[in-house]
Design a protein around this ligand. Structure first.
Ligand SMILES: NC(=O)c1ccc[n+]([C@@H]2O[C@H](COP(=O)([O-])OP(=O)(O)OC[C@H]3O[C@@H](n4cnc5c(N)ncnc54)[C@H](O)[C@@H]3O)[C@@H](O)[C@H]2O)c1
Length: 440
């Protein structure tokens, strides 16, 4: 009780010292929110470049301006570090490290394992630990708890443990850290109360659920819901195409129904750190219970097939013009996983490039937000963004729109490119040169 009350008081008067581990897309906005509310924050990252940049007051995330990071540095409330021993100075530790898939499409828990081992080394009475990385139900209890209790401390009495999933919609100006409700599941009632109190300082609404498992499952349900519905429209897109029906027109029609329908849109395949990955964490865990998650597997199969499908549509369109993919010059427009962001993790553009190269096409790309394609999990293409010009558009055999960035002038693109494969319906307002545009 003594530690619960002490931490609750520190949270209430904003004197709790916060540690955030993993200063990426999830961790950095949290750092900013806590410091905005006057909390002192120590940020940890194993990437020395990120640590140096933050301590110099520079941002490395497009939608977080450097001005904000300069203010963060000047506030005197923040410091970035790579020294885990300093974790003992903090009262609440929030884990925001990556949870990718391993090469067998199963969970790669190594980042969570390493981080919790480091926390365990200095864990002391009165500390709260919150895991935010997306993961399968059971992670907090099965992986973190035993490592922490090995130090002879008891959860709910000596230290506190919660799972609270991150929700973010990068590039969406309507939602930010404080107005996205936060779900919290604690291991014990006091864990839950402290977790709720902590997040209640930085977000408008906290929803307490009964266990870490319920919170872990909540996050995966949200992302599975998206994956399955996107797969549904992707499948119907292929059918509509055979029937000569425009799926985007159909979705617009159905969206006029004021209840019971929610629009999802087809595209060149899933991307980002969450939707293509998280459902497989649950599918993997389900196997432990001899349970097959049919919807997850089927949605994965359909969505994974989309890059190959759009390349086939491109091949057909070239064929109809007496050309073939082999030896053709193909320009990809927008390679981020979605519009107006600089994140290309798991972007379908990567698979599209792979398929095009297999067919011996020459691939070029333009993306105002991604100057070079970094080496990623499965690919290392060594490609750089080519400046967009009328001359470039005229010189290619086709342009394929992968991410429908708002910065592009699609009318101008249609004026100069001989053929456009539009995977996002980005050219819907273009009236001229429709014969050059193929939706895919
Ligand atoms: N990006 C999103 O929109 C989003 C949304 C919801 C949930 N998530 C989940 O949040 C988690 C983090 O995602 P992200 O997008 O912020 O990833 P990210 O790659 O942008 O950031 C992770 C950071 O952790 C650092 N890191 C890795 N190992 C570390 C270690 N041992 N100690 C300290 N730092 C370490 C990396 O250097 C990196 O800076 C993932 O589980 C992800 O699924 C992400």
């Amino acid at each position: 009780m003594e530690h619960t009350l002490a931490l609750a008081a520190k949270i209430k008067n904003h004197s709790a010292h916060i540690g955030v581990i993993g200063l990426g897309y999830v961790g950095l906005p949290l750092v900013l929110r806590f410091t905005e509310e006057g909390f002192r924050v120590l940020g940890f990252d194993i990437d020395p470049i990120k640590v140096e940049k933050l301590n110099r007051g520079e941002s490395y995330i497009k939608h977080i301006p450097s001005e904000k990071i300069r203010q963060l540095r000047d506030s005197g409330l923040f410091e970035a570090s790579a020294e885990y021993s300093r974790l003992s100075d903090t009262d609440a530790i929030i884990i925001c490290v990556p949870t990718p898939l391993n090469k067998n499409q199963g969970p790669d828990m190594s980042y969570i394992e390493v981080t919790s081992d480091e926390i365990a080394k200095t864990l002391r009475k009165g500390q709260l630990v919150s895991l935010e990385s997306t993961t399968y139900p059971g992670t907090t209890r099965e992986i973190l708890l035993p490592k922490f209790e090995k130090r002879g401390l008891k959860a709910g009495r000596d230290f506190f443990l919660v799972f609270s999933p991150e929700r973010e919609d990068p590039g969406n100006p309507l939602f930010n850290t404080n107005n996205i409700p936060k779900v919290v599941g604690g291991l014990t009632p006091s864990c839950r109360a402290l977790g709720t109190a902590l997040y209640g300082r930085i977000v408008d609404r906290v929803i307490a659920v009964s266990s870490p498992e319920a919170a872990e499952f909540t996050k995966i349900l949200e992302n599975t819901f998206r994956s399955v519905n996107i797969a549904l429209v992707n499948e119907l897109k292929m059918l509509a195409d055979r029937m000569n029906v425009d799926i985007w027109e159909v979705i617009e029609g159905a969206s006029s129904k004021p209840f019971g329908f929610m629009p999802f849109y087809p595209g060149p395949g899933l991307g980002g750190h969450c939707i293509p990955i998280d459902p497989f964490y649950l599918a993997w865990k389900a196997k432990e219970m001899n349970f097959n998650t049919h919807f997850i597997e089927l949605a994965g199969e359909i969505n994974t097939n989309m890059p190959a499908y759009v390349v086939t549509k491109l091949g057909d369109a070239l064929n109809a013009r007496g050309k073939c993919l082999k030896g053709s010059r193909i320009l990809l427009l927008g390679i981020a996983y979605k519009k107006d962001i600089d994140d290309m993790r798991e972007s379908p553009a990567l698979e599209v490039i792979k398929h095009l190269r297999e067919k011996e096409a020459k691939v070029l790309y333009n993306d105002p937000f991604i100057p070079i394609i970094p080496k990623v999990r499965k690919h290392d293409f060594g490609l750089k963004s080519t400046p967009l010009s009328a001359k470039l558009l005229k010189s290619v055999d086709a342009a394929m729109i992968i991410a429908d960035h708002s910065a592009y002038d699609y009318g101008w693109i249609a004026e100069h490119a001989p053929l456009i494969i539009d995977t996002r319906n980005a050219t819907r307002k273009v009236r001229k040169h429709r014969d050059r545009i193929i939706k895919a």
